[in-house]
Every structure is written in structure tokens, then in C-alpha cells.
Design a protein around this ligand. Structure first.
Ligand SMILES: Cc1cc2nc3c(=O)[nH]c(=O)nc-3n(C[C@H](O)[C@H](O)[C@H](O)COP(=O)(O)OP(=O)(O)OC[C@H]3O[C@@H](n4cnc5c(N)ncnc54)[C@H](O)[C@@H]3O)c2cc1C
Length: 75
């Protein structure tokens, strides 16, 4: 069995897990995310709450999201 040493293990690569893992990693910790689904997974959703943008920016994910998420939220 292969083992990996990490500082933090995040279970679930949804928005919460992904943002948390990115912020923790930016703080200098070694992070591993485990996810039970195969991505891309089917998710219903068509908009984001404005408050989420602050967290996405802190995590360094905002620019990547802007490249594919529907334009209407950026106007
Ligand atoms: C019908 C619907 C429409 C929605 N529309 C919107 C919208 O338009 N805009 C919006 O902002 N929000 C929307 N939401 C809400 C949004 O989907 C949630 O707020 C968001 O997905 C929550 O993120 P999360 O990371 O907490 O959980 P999740 O997105 O549920 O992520 C949790 C992840 O953990 C994984 N997981 C669970 N158990 C394990 C395990 N034991 N081991 C490994 N992995 C595991 C799951 O597979 C999943 O990928 C909608 C929700 C629903 C149901």
C-alpha cells in the first residue's frame, strides 16, 4: 500500500473543499483532496452569490472561474 504524508486531508472536492484546500496550500501546508465522484460531476447551478467571490479570490481561483462561468455574474 502506498502512503503519502500531508499536513491536511480534505474530504470532498466541492466548492467548500476546493477553496479550503487552496487557501491552506497557499498558507504553506501540503494538502491532499480525496473525492469519491469522477469529475466533471453533474451539478445543477447557474449563478454564484457575490460573497463567494471573496473566497474564490483568496483561494486564487477567481480568474480561472471567470474563464468559463457564465458572463452575467461579472458585469
Ligand atoms: C438543485 C441545486 C441547485 C443549486 N444551484 C446553485 C446555484 O445556482 N448557485 C450556487 O452558488 N449554489 C447552488 N446550489 C448550492 C451548491 O450546489 C452548494 O452550496 C455547494 O455545492 C456546496 O458546496 P460543498 O463543497 O459544501 O458541497 P458539495 O458541492 O456537495 O461537495 C461535497 C463533495 O464531497 C464529496 N464527498 C462526499 N462524501 C465523500 C466521501 N466520503 N469521500 C470522498 N468524497 C466525498 C462529494 O462527492 C462532493 O463532490 C445548488 C444546489 C442544488 C441542490
Amino acid at each position: 500500500m502506498q502512503t503519502t504524508n500531508v499536513d491536511v486531508l480534505v474530504i470532498g472536492a466541492g466548492p467548500a473543499g476546493s477553496i479550503a484546500a487552496s487557501i491552506i496550500n497557499k498558507a504553506g501546508y501540503k494538502v491532499r483532496i480525496v473525492e469519491k465522484e469522477k469529475f466533471p460531476r453533474f451539478v445543477i447551478g447557474e449563478s454564484l452569490l457575490p460573497r463567494v467571490m471573496d473566497h474564490l479570490e483568496e483561494a486564487g481561483l477567481l480568474e480561472a472561474l471567470k474563464s468559463w462561468f457564465p458572463r452575467k455574474i461579472w458585469s
